[in-house]
Design a binder for this molecule. Structure first.
Ligand SMILES: [Zn+2]
Length: 276
């Protein structure tokens, strides 16, 4: 599942590709992609609107439209956007299509059917349930060291589970949670409210470091408009993970084999020697 850096990069690419384009028609093919709109309503609310800009909040991609509405999108497991020229057919698992005035179209494809779309009034975006409860953005002033320390104090769950809770820290998933705990030398099984001041400070720094590193590395990649998301996964990211997906491989710091642990049904990778 894409995490903050990947979603940020996809939003940036969509902003470059779609900003200023007018949607002449919008087609909802798989109704459950947008459970609060019928296909007719989906078409009515989006047709004729120009995309002012595309941005991100948490792991949501937001299309700000000039008809006072915002289209909220969550890629979830396998959702992706593709910009296609008129001559190309829709690929399999195309769930929504946005036709532009120059005959190109943006489509949303989702093999595993978990993606979500919702149209809201832009002035009430903050009230949407998807957005309302999200923790402050990791790069915003609101996400301060004090915020993180105070929030850690309120949680009796493990640090790993704490980091995945989007209402506490926003944008991390399995990959960047593992990576930031590794860099901060924190045992993922540690209980959040037991974390020392020093470790909390390290965690704060490493969360921001790891996310900004991933965004800046991704920004240098060439993006194929027909495969926006894939442009970030295939060559870009996997090779530089420090612990994630490295079970049994030597720790990059001390050579101890990396352990994979199940926490809340999700995998955590860590070095039992470096992370205590
Ligand atoms: Zn190690």
């Amino acid at each position: 599942m894409p995490e903050l850096p990947e979603v940020e990069l996809v939003a940036q690419s969509l902003d470059k590709l779609a900003r200023g384009r007018r949607i002449v028609a919008a087609k909802l093919i798989r109704e459950r992609l947008a459970p609060e709109s019928s296909p007719a309503l989906f078409a009515e609310r989006l047709s004729g609107a120009a995309i002012r800009f595309v941005h991100r909040r948490g792991k949501h991609i937001l299309f700000d439209l000039d008809n006072k509405r915002t289209l909220i999108t969550h890629l979830r497991m396998s959702g992706r956007f593709m910009m296609l020229p008129a001559e190309r057919d829709n690929p399999k698992f195309t769930h929504a299509v946005f036709y532009f005035d120059d005959e190109t179209r943006l489509l949303f494809q989702d093999q595993r059917h978990f993606g979500l779309m919702k149209i809201v009034e832009t002035s009430r975006l903050g009230e949407a349930k998807e957005i309302q409860k999200l923790a402050p953005e990791p790069f915003s002033d609101a996400f301060s060291l004090k915020y993180l320390r105070d929030t850690l104090k309120t949680s009796k769950r493990t640090v790993k589970e704490f980091l995945l809770d989007q209402t506490k820290v926003c944008g991390l998933g399995n990959i960047y949670a593992s990576e930031s705990m590794f860099l901060a030398n924190i045992d993922p099984k540690k209980i959040a409210n037991k974390l020392s001041k020093k470790k909390a400070e390290a965690l704060y720094d490493k969360i921001r470091e790891i996310l900004s590193e991933a965004v800046s590395q991704g920004s240098t990649l060439n993006v194929d408009p027909e495969n926006i998301d894939g442009s970030y996964y295939i060559d870009g990211f996997e090779t530089r993970w420090r612990v994630y997906d490295r079970e049994d491989l030597p720790c990059t710091h001390c050579k101890t084999p990396i352990i994979r642990l199940k926490q809340g049904g999700r995998s955590t990778y860590f070095c039992r020697k470096c992370q205590r």
